[in-house]
Design a protein around this ligand. Structure first.
Ligand SMILES: [Zn+2]
Length: 118
């Protein structure tokens, strides 16, 4: 069984494991989904939520990717820095941010810090 609360009215809800990921209507009338495990979020993400999120995280990812490429090239003279690599890393950051959201950004940020500390 999965124990969780409605994201809107905070009512305690119990659903069988088979319903994980399924949507249902809470007694408060809001649409909610059964989280994968107990205590998970029951908030239903709409398409616009998803769009905004991927825009935010994709943009942040692109920025981190760009900074990462700049850091990698700090010791290389400006004229010899391959612009393709900067573009590729920016695009890579964009993809990571869009696909993995906050987790992806944290992972990229960790890579950035690793480099700074060296
Ligand atoms: Zn509710």
């Amino acid at each position: 069984m999965i124990y969780f609360r409605c994201w809107y009215c905070n009512r305690a809800i119990v659903k069988p494991d088979e319903l994980a990921g399924k949507r249902f209507a809470c007694s408060c009338g809001r649409r909610a989904k059964v989280p994968r495990r107990s205590g998970g979020s029951s908030k239903v993400r709409s398409l616009s939520d998803w769009l905004v999120e991927s825009l935010v995280y994709g943009g942040a990812g692109a920025l981190v990717g760009f900074m990462l490429s700049v850091m990698i090239f700090t010791r290389i003279p400006l004229v010899r820095r391959p612009i393709e690599v900067t573009i590729a890393m920016t695009a890579f950051g964009l993809v990571v941010g869009t696909l993995f959201g906050e987790r992806g950004i944290n992972w990229l940020g960790q890579k950035l810090r690793d480099r700074e500390n060296r």
